[in-house]
Design a binder for this molecule. Structure first.
Ligand code: GUN
Ligand code: ZN
Length: 435
């Protein structure tokens, strides 16, 4: 039995339903046995109750639940940093040429390792990952993901038009390759499979139907795609699906919407679409850095909440600006502050968005996302380098309410000291890096 002692923040509830649902402990403890949390409360009361527990002393830093990224692209780690183009031009010039290289499995393996390392070193313990168009690249990705110890839901990306010939497939192959990947990797250890048409612009009805055949046959797989990101994209989808009344209906008609579906972006969404997403319990992954970088638009957060649609956060590497979920939350905060009808987000809501909200979107909230009893010990220990601006704030903070916002304003991967999934250490900051 281990007792982790630290300042602790976590959100065991939906912070939009209960804005007071933050748990903040100045000298807290998480009691863990066999990777599962037995209790999380004040250190002193637990130390008295469990004198035999081994104390892991993490004072001087902050322990939060492992962060959860619900939209990120594995083949785009090396695409990051290309600023200044709108979505469709960025795809054609920056992204798709790189994604075509994933036909080479040894290249795919190198990038998979880089990608998974970047996730964990930023404190992300669970991610819904857009994969590669190549089944071979997904085999190596899942092998590396299993090695990493992270919780990964991912799938082969499928398309049959308007990209590049080498990225196109057929409905028959979508079904065959998808079935094979599901049987090899879905629900193995910490892995899940996510059926992933790229977006309706590049996926014919036949492709969407093949995707639906997979989600019907394997109802526990997840589903993800893009939606309502860019006005030119939306106009093209309208032309390609004249019978659909809106973008959502292209997925809806195929039977792809459920509580297992996560749709990324959803900026230019209609009220009717929001109402139907709520009915299906389909969630939206909000990607504010990508939306800013590609100039896609302002996310209508308030309208999502009013309609009862769940929202979580995604970095959207490489349309976004990096792997950091703290930064992503900060950008969400900024954009909502600046929007005329923005949803003002509190620091506690930002914490909820980078942790439990993602678990809820992925239907994993019974196993991860906060420190409630019975959940896996998925955690990030944040302790900034001495003398850094964040360290100065933590040392001098007069109350916990100064600490939480400063993590978002100033925190980065250089402050992530250690990361656990299911009680296993999956990352420790290299010694030369930390003082
Ligand atoms: N829509 C289709 N493909 C992509 C992609 O790779 N990134 C983003 N942001 N949107 C997309
Ligand atoms: Zn994306």
């Amino acid at each position: 039995m281990k007792l982790y002692r630290s300042s602790i923040f976590h959100t065991p509830e939906n912070l939009f339903n209960n804005p007071d649902g933050l748990v903040a402990l100045e000298d807290g403890g998480v009691l863990v046995q066999d990777g599962l949390i037995l209790e999380c409360t004040d250190f002193s009361s637990m130390a008295t109750k469990h004198p035999q527990a081994e104390v892991i002393d993490l004072r001087g830093g902050v322990l939060i639940p492992g962060m959860i990224d619900t939209h990120i692209h594995y083949p785009q780690g090396r695409v990051l940093g290309g600023l200044g183009m709108p979505l469709l031009e960025w795809l054609e010039k920056n992204t798709l040429p790189t994604e075509a290289k994933f036909s080479d499995s040894s290249f795919a393996r190198v990038v998979a390792k880089e990608f998974l390392h970047s996730l964990v070193s930023h404190g992300t313990t669970t991610a819904l990952v857009f994969g590669s168009h190549f089944a071979s690249a997904m085999h190596v990705f899942f092998e590396e993901a299993a090695q990493s110890g992270l919780r990964i839901a991912a799938g082969q990306v499928v398309s049959d038009r308007l990209l590049r010939q080498e990225l196109h497939t057929t409905p028959e192959l979508v079904y065959q390759e998808g079935r094979n990947l599901i049987q090899s990797f879905h629900a193995r250890g910490r892995l899940l499979y996510a059926v992933t048409p790229r977006f309706s612009l590049s996926a014919s009805e036949g492709i969407l139907e093949a995707c639906a055949a997979l989600t019907k046959e394997f109802p526990s797989v997840r589903f993800t795609s893009h939606i309502n990101e860019n006005t030119e994209e939306i106009a093209t989808v309208k032309r390609l699906f004249p019978q659909a009344k809106d973008y959502l209906e292209t997925y809806e008609q195929a039977g792809l919407l459920s509580q297992h579906a996560v749709l990324a972006h959803n900026i230019h969404v209609t009220d009717s679409e929001l109402g139907r997403m709520a009915t299906f319990q389909t969630s939206a992954s909000h990607c504010p850095c990508s939306n800013s970088s590609l100039g896609s638009g302002f996310f209508p957060f308030r309208r999502h909440l009013q309609a009862g649609v769940r929202v979580s956060l995604g970095t959207d590497v490489g349309g976004g600006t990096g792997f950091g979920m703290l930064k992503e939350a900060l950008q969400a905060f900024f954009m909502q502050q600046l929007m005329p009808d923005g949803q003002k987000l509190t620091p506690a809501q930002l914490l909820y968005l980078v942790t439990r909200a993602g678990a809820e979107s992925l239907c994993l909230e019974t196993s991860t996302g906060d420190f409630s009893s019975g959940k896996a010990f998925d955690a990030v220990f944040i302790k900034p380098m001495p003398n850094s601006p964040l360290a100065v704030i933590l040392q001098n903070a007069e109350g916990l309410d100064r600490i939480l916002p400063s993590l978002f304003a100033l925190g980065s991967s250089s402050d992530v000291r250690q990361v656990w999934v299911g009680g296993d250490v999956v990352y420790s900051q290299p010694k030369h890096f930390s003082a």
